[in-house]
Write a protein that binds this ligand. Structure first.
Ligand SMILES: NC(=O)c1ccc[n+]([C@@H]2O[C@H](COP(=O)([O-])OP(=O)(O)OC[C@H]3O[C@@H](n4cnc5c(N)ncnc54)[C@H](O)[C@@H]3O)[C@@H](O)[C@H]2O)c1
Length: 371
């Protein structure tokens, strides 16, 4: 990967001015290596409101954003079913993509996106970037240092009643491209791949508690919508390394709970929630021998990966939250659904090379790109 011909701060545009854009803007506007120049949305009034709230120079249509030559990375915060179509538009305009998860809804469109990026010499980096936070990075460094002996198995759990109570437009979270597997699974599966390497095989079961749900907040409160995807998925993952993980992704439990633990020959490590950027590690040497290890590194939140992408573009090295990484995670999720539908194990065809852990002192709040 050759270094970019431009130098200095990297111009950024954002497409999608919905719920998550606020957290992104909070961070992207304070990272000194980034220069957020424009926000667009099909609902231009949302883009204008966010531009005003964050004092951005420009806001308006997607076409206006894509015509701006000063923008090198476009952050795609649209809803899952248009992620690929919007990302392809961004690549066609000669710009790098940072996309919210999921990377795509199926393998074919995910592959099309990877191919388009390769052909154009551009990047399609993709969330989650939570694994770049202090929690998962510290866990990874600890496991790699032999802290629990050989890591053997993982147990992960994410269960909740579902997001329809708090999200004002939750329909998409219960339809193709979401549900607990595609909405929350990327955090857990990405973290598992960071710790154990690529997944080789999946065996899964899936079910759905309700066929409709009711919106609980915002102007549409009380409106019923259809649930078209499984809302409880349990899966066993076998890794190329021979390690294994047992996982649950569920919006069908009134008891909200998360867990992520890795058992090794000598100890069990409880890893922070991979849907967050921080949290300490808890090490169990035995039933009554528990030790807390503070996480080391930055805990800036969503958008951290955009800063890492910008630095990687300038340096000519692969970004950590790469399209290849996201494609493998997508392939694992699609294989999970196929396994549940067929009641059979499914081999995962794709693989990925996991990039090294971040240096402990890496901090996107510190300027590293000079003109
Ligand atoms: N809400 C969260 O807590 C959260 C957390 C992490 C990740 N995400 C991810 O972020 C993405 C967006 O989620 P959200 O909650 O902000 O959704 P949202 O519905 O609040 O916002 C999406 C925005 O995209 C716009 N949009 C849709 N299609 C478009 C198109 N073709 N061109 C331009 N704009 C378009 C919509 O008008 C809307 O303003 C999703 O992929 C979701 O999985 C959300």
């Amino acid at each position: 990967m050759s270094a970019s011909t431009r130098s200095g701060r990297v111009g950024v545009g954002i497409i999608g001015a919905g719920v998550i854009s606020t957290q992104y803007l909070d961070n992207l506007t304070i990272f000194p290596d980034l220069d957020v120049r424009f926000i667009a949305d099909i609902d231009e009034s949302r883009a204008h409101a966010q531009a005003e709230a964050f004092s951005l120079a420009g806001s308006g249509s997607v076409a206006e954003l894509l015509a701006d030559d000063s923008i090198e990375i476009v952050v795609n915060l649209t809803i899952p079913k248009v992620h690929v179509e919007v990302a392809l538009q961004i690549l066609a305009a000669g710009k790098h993509v940072w996309s919210e998860k999921p990377f795509a809804l199926d393998r074919e469109s995910g592959q099309r996106l990877l191919d388009a990026a390769h052909a154009a010499g551009l990047r399609v980096a993709t969330a989650p970037d939570t694994f770049l936070g202090a929690g998962i990075q510290s866990a990874r460094r600890f496991l790699e240092s032999g802290g629990i002996g050989a890591p053997l198995t993982a147990l992960t759990l994410m269960q909740s009643p579902g997001p329809e109570k708090w999200h004002p437009n939750p329909d998409f979270l219960f339809q193709e491209g979401a549900g607990p597997l595609f909405d929350i699974g990327p955090y857990y599966i990405t973290a598992l791949v960071q710790l154990f390497g690529p997944v080789a095989r999946v065996t899964a079961l899936a079910s759905k508690a309700k066929t409709t749900r009711t919106i609980g907040s915002g102007p549409r409160a009380g409106e019923e919508f259809e649930v078209t995807v499984p809302t409880h998925v349990s899966a066993f993952y076998e890794f190329e390394s021979g390690q294994s993980a047992q996982t649950i992704f569920s919006f069908d439990s009134k008891l909200a709970r998360t867990q992520f633990e890795v058992a090794g020959v000598d100890a069990t490590l409880v890893v922070p929630d991979p849907n967050t950027f921080s949290g300490d590690l808890v090490l169990h040497h035995g039933p009554d021998e528990v030790e807390t290890l503070p996480a080391v590194g930055v805990s800036t939140t969503r958008g951290t990966g955009v800063a890492e992408l910008a630095q990687s573009i300038r340096a000519g090295r692969p970004e950590r939250a790469s399209g290849e990484n996201a494609f493998h995670v997508l392939d694992v999720m699609v294989s999970t659904i196929e396994s549940a539908e067929r009641h059979q194990p499914v081999d995962v065809a794709s693989t990925v090379e996991v990039a090294p852990a971040l240096p402990e002192d890496w901090d996107p709040r510190v300027a590293s790109l000079t003109s």
